[in-house]
Design a protein around this ligand. Structure first.
Ligand SMILES: [Zn+2]
Ligand SMILES: [Zn+2]
Length: 382
């Protein structure tokens, strides 16, 4: 997402925004050329039908649990990176900085409420219910008073700890299943989780947590009608973990297809399951949502040229256009030489096919609609 355009705009804005009001001081020289330009990324994803595609990260930590940063840093990062909505989800049961930072599970949200609004960011109140593994950790969003939660990690209280969130009518998702390999039941659909699910106290699962794609979780989401989530679970600076010096790098997030850009509309979309997890070059989600997103972003133009070979064969030329900042890689089964198509963000590729070919079909191998299945696509040529 390091577009040249935004960089240029950023550079132009430097003197106006950052340093324009600075008074000349005799005996002082300012060396600003190494400063980061002040600008917000603009991640382009077209609307999907009547829905806006909002970029959301609902799992991050601060010094109020085991994170490295003060909450305001999360606000700055979200603004800079073009995130629409986020939640601070500090651990309830794990507060290793408590000698230095007083334990207050509501404080991170309170500190950010105003600055998020000023930054045109949607802040959702959340926390991480952090039980032993299994069952592991659960994020609760749209919570009420966070001081009511159970701090004891006694396994006998696991159920009550999650049900506290349910009693506040929270949106609850299971975090990073399988994160501690080798523990029996840590990457299984265990009775504890099944019980929450059947009681309506589980609404989604983290299919992508940071740099880990929990592929079994995608199948669970699809088979059980749970919402697919992608989050950073960031503890350090986002820029410490993600290599923003490279092109097209973005944090792991959930793309939420919402009617409006509001907290309540996002909630409605989360409950309805209209999400796709986006991390690295990968999009993972339910087939209908990944398809809707692909169709909104990628268009095949009508043939713009026909080449006639010496043997009389005719080859049509087409363009495949990517109108988004998402990355798509397609493997076409037909199409006379064009087999692998890499659609970089905001780019166009040339496709050729025999003039007799009526449709091109294949798979988008940068997407997952099940753990072992990519989105299949079919472009009608005639
Ligand atoms: Zn966790
Ligand atoms: Zn976490």
């Amino acid at each position: 997402m390091k577009q040249r355009n935004s960089l240029i705009i950023g550079l132009l804005l430097i003197p106006i925004l950052a340093f324009g009001q600075r008074k000349e001081v005799e005996g002082m020289k300012y060396l600003d050329e190494h400063r980061r330009p002040v600008y917000r990324e603009n991640i382009i994803i077209p609307d999907v039908g009547n829905y806006q595609v909002l970029k959301c990260d609902f799992h991050m930590h601060t010094v109020f649990s085991d994170g490295q940063v003060w909450p305001s840093v999360r606000n700055q990062e979200a603004w800079q990176e073009g995130i629409d909505a986020f939640a601070i989800t500090d651990h309830i049961e794990y507060t290793p900085h408590k000698e230095d930072v007083s334990v207050n599970h509501n404080r991170g949200y309170e500190l950010l409420k105003e600055s998020a609004a000023k930054s045109n960011l949607i802040l959702v109140k959340g926390n991480e219910v952090t039980r032993g593994t299994p069952p592991g950790h659960f994020n609760a969003l749209y919570i009420g008073d966070a001081s009511e939660y159970i701090e004891s990690r006694d396994a006998a209280q696991d159920k009550a700890a999650v049900m506290k969130a349910a009693s506040q009518n929270a949106f609850i998702f299971w975090n990073h299943p399988g994160w501690q390999p080798g523990i029996a039941g840590s990457y299984d659909w265990i009775p504890f989780v099944d019980d929450l699910y059947k009681q309506g106290a589980l609404h989604g699962i983290e299919v992508i947590n940071g740099f880990g794609f929990h592929m079994k979780a995608l199948d669970w989401c699809i088979d059980k009608g749970l919402t697919v989530m992608g989050t950073t679970d960031i503890h350090n600076l986002v820029a410490h973990e993600y290599d923003f010096s490279k092109e097209y790098v973005h944090r792991t997030m959930t793309l939420v297809m919402a009617k409006e850009r509001t907290a309540e509309s996002i909630r409605e979309a989360l409950v309805a399951g209209r999400t796709v997890a986006w991390a690295s070059k990968i999009l993972a989600g339910k087939e209908e949502h990944v398809r809707a997103l692909f169709d909104a972003c990628v268009k095949l133009t009508p043939a713009y040229y026909t080449e006639e070979k010496k043997n009389g064969d005719k080859i049509n030329y087409y363009e495949l256009r990517n109108n988004s900042d998402l990355y798509f890689e397609l493997k076409l089964k037909e199409g006379n030489n064009t087999k692998l198509v890499v659609l970089y963000p905001r780019s166009v590729q040339q496709i050729t096919a025999s003039a007799e070919t009526t449709s091109l079909y294949g798979e988008v191998i940068s997407t997952y609609v099940r753990s072992d299945q990519h989105l299949s696509v079919n472009f009608q040529l005639k």
